[in-house]
Design a protein around this ligand. Structure first.
Ligand code: NAD
Length: 468
C-alpha cells in the first residue's frame, strides 16, 4: 500500500468522504468482519512489541517493562475482550414490554454511530490512541485517529502499522499538530472521542456542538491521595511512589497531592524516601527505568513547581535528559500553581489533617478529580470519603490500577470529563442503543384512539397506569 500524503485539510476531507462511503456500504457491519480486523490488529501489535517499546523509549524514556505493562498489554487485553465477547455484545438485547402493548417484543439494538474521530494525548500515546480505536472498530464504526505530535516516534509507528494492515477507508492514523486537529474537527463526525487536557476538551466540545456530534471527553485533574493513620505505611508508600513515578508522573490518574494523617506524616515521609530508593536504586536520576519529561516546556513548568513549597524529598533535576527526581513538597500555598494546576509530573505536595472531615473538606473545595485514592484499614473511613465525594474512579489501598481492569468503566466527571470506556463500556460508548418495538397487528384496542370518550376517565385513571 502507498504511504499517505501529508494531512492537509483537502486530503482529510477526502479521507472523511471515503470513510463515509465505506460505512454507508455496510462493510463494517458483519460481526465476522469486525472480529477479523481485531484479530489482525492483535497480530500486528504482538509482532511489534519491540518496535513499540523502542518508540516509547524514544518519546518518553519508558522502560520495556513499563511500555509493555502500561501500554501494549492494555491494548492487547482490550482486543482480547472483544474477540471473546463481541458476538454476544452485538446481539439485540430483549427487554420486558408492558401489558398494554401485549403480543409485542421490545429490544435494544446496538448500532455503530458511523464515523469516529479519536484525538489522543502524548503521555500513553499507544494505549490512549489504540484502545478507543479497538472499541470503535468492535462497535462497527470507521475511525480516524490523531495521536499527539509530542510523541512522534509512537505516532509514526502507529500510522505505518495501521496503514500497512488496514484499508484507510476503515481506519487510518493521521499525524499532525494542532492545525491538523482543528481541520479534523471541522468535519462532521458521528462520534468524537477525545483524551487530553480540560482546556482543549472544551474546544473539542464546542467544535462537536456545531454538528451536534456526541463526545466522550477523557480529561485530567488533581487526584487526591489520602493516607489515614491506620494504613500500612510501607505498602502505601510503595504503591504511591509507583503510581507517581510510572511515566515520571505524567499520568492522568497519578496521585496529584497527598493528604496524610498528622500522626503518621513523619513516618510516612520516611517510607516514601525508602520506597524511591528501593524502586530506583541507587537513585532515580541514575536508573534506566526512570522515564523523562516529555518536552522542555513541560520540564520547565515542573521545575517551577519545585520552588513552590518546602522540599522534603528529591528536588534535583537532570537538564540534559529532561528528568526530575520524585519530589515531595510541604507547605505549598493552596493558591500556588502547583496546587491550582494539574501537576502531571513527579512532584507531590503533602498536607496533613487531624479529622476525617478536614480531609473531606480539602477534597471538596476542589473540582471533582479523575481519581481518588484512600489508604486505610477501616472501611468506615474509606466509605466516608467515597460516599461524600465525586471522582471519575477511585481505589482503596491502591492507585492507578482501577483503569487496568476493563470490567470497570474508565472516565471522568465534571472538569475531568464525560463518558466512559474500556471493555463493555467502550462498546456502549461507540454504539447507539436503538429502541425497537416489534408488534403484531392483533390486538388493536380501539380505546387508544380518539375520540377519547370510549372509557370513563375513572377507569382510565384506575387501569392505565397498571397496564403501561
Ligand atoms: P492536549 O489537550 O494538549 O492534547 C490532546 C490532543 O489534542 C492532541 O492530539 C493535540 O494535538 C490536540 N490539540 C491540542 N491543542 C488543540 C487545539 N487547540 N484544538 C484541537 N486539538 C488540539 O493534551 P496533552 O498535553 O497531549 O495531554 C495531557 C493532558 O491529557 C493532561 O491534562 C492529562 O490529564 C490528560 N489525559 C487524560 C487522560 C484520561 O484518560 N482522562 C489520559 C491521558 C491524559
Amino acid at each position: 500500500m502507498q504511504r499517505s500524503e501529508p494531512a492537509v485539510a483537502s486530503s482529510l476531507s477526502d479521507l472523511w468522504s471515503r470513510q463515509r462511503r465505506h460505512f454507508a456500504s455496510g462493510a463494517t457491519l458483519p460481526v465476522e468482519t469486525r472480529l477479523r480486523h481485531l484479530k489482525t490488529l492483535e497480530v500486528v501489535v504482538e509482532k511489534n512489541v519491540d518496535a513499540i517499546a523502542k518508540a516509547l523509549y524514544e518519546d518518553l524514556g519508558k522502560s520495556a517493562f513499563e511500555a509493555y505493562g502500561t501500554e501494549t498489554l492494555i491494548v492487547l487485553k482490550e482486543i482480547e475482550y472483544f474477540l471473546h465477547n463481541l458476538r454476544h455484545l452485538v446481539r439485540p438485547r430483549r427487554v420486558d414490554t408492558p401489558l398494554f402493548f401485549a403480543i409485542s417484543r421490545s429490544e435494544i439494538h446496538y448500532q455503530p454511530y458511523g464515523q469516529v474521530l479519536v484525538l489522543a494525548p502524548w503521555n500513553y500515546p499507544l494505549q490512549l490512541t489504540l484502545t478507543p480505536v479497538v472499541g470503535a472498530l468492535a462497535a462497527g464504526n470507521t475511525v480516524v485517529a490523531k495521536p499527539s505530535e509530542f510523541a512522534p516516534a509512537t505516532a509514526a509507528l502507529m500510522e505505518r502499522l495501521l496503514h500497512d494492515n488496514f484499508p484507510e477507508e476503515l481506519v487510518r492514523v493521521v499525524n499532525g499538530g494542532v492545525d491538523t486537529a482543528r481541520s479534523l474537527l471541522e468535519l462532521a463526525w458521528d462520534y468524537i472521542f477525545f483524551t487530553g487536557s480540560t482546556a482543549v476538551g472544551k474546544l473539542v466540545y464546542e467544535a462537536a456542538a456545531r454538528h451536534l456530534t456526541p463526545v466522550t471527553l477523557e480529561l485530567g485533574g488533581k487526584s487526591p491521595c489520602v493516607v489515614h493513620r491506620d494504613a500500612d505505611l510501607k505498602v502505601a508508600a510503595m504503591r504511591i511512589v509507583w503510581g507517581k513515578t510510572v511515566n515520571a508522573g505524567q499520568t492522568c490518574v497519578a496521585p496529584d497531592y497527598l493528604l496524610v494523617h498528622e500522626t503518621v506524616q513523619e513516618a510516612f515521609v520516611e517510607e516514601l524516601k525508602k520506597s524511591v530508593r528501593k524502586q530506583y536504586p541507587p537513585e532515580p536520576l541514575h536508573h534506566p527505568d526512570y522515564p523523562r519529561i516529555v518536552s522542555r516546556r513541560h520540564f520547565e513548568r515542573l521545575r517551577e513547581f519545585l520552588g513552590q513549597g518546602r522540599l522534603l524529598m528529591g528536588g534535583r533535576v537532570k537538564e540534559e535528559t529532561l528528568q526530575i527526581e520524585p519530589s515531595l513538597l510541604a507547605d505549598c500555598p493552596t493558591d500556588a500553581p502547583v496546587m491550582t494546576e494539574e501537576i502531571f509530573g513527579p512532584v507531590l505536595p503533602i498536607y496533613t489533617y487531624k479529622e476525617a472531615q478536614e480531609a473531606l473538606d480539602f477534597i471538596r473545595q476542589r473540582p471533582a478529580p479523575l481519581a481518588l485514592y484512600v489508604f486505610t484499614r477501616q472501611e468506615k473511613f474509606s466509605d466516608f470519603l467515597l460516599q461524600n465525594t465525586q471522582s471519575g474512579g477511585a481505589c482503596v489501598n491502591e492507585c492507578l490500577m482501577h483503569l487496568a481492569n476493563h470490567r470497570l468503566p474508565f472516565g471522568g466527571i465534571g472538569p475531568a470529563g464525560m463518558g466512559r470506556y474500556h471493555g463493555p463500556f467502550s462498546f456502549e460508548t461507540f454504539s447507539h442503543a436503538r429502541a425497537v418495538m416489534k408488534r403484531q397487528f392483533f390486538p388493536d384496542l380501539p380505546q387508544r384512539y380518539p375520540p377519547y370518550n370510549k372509557l370513563p376517565m375513572s377507569l382510565v385513571k384506575r387501569f392505565l397506569k397498571k397496564l403501561v
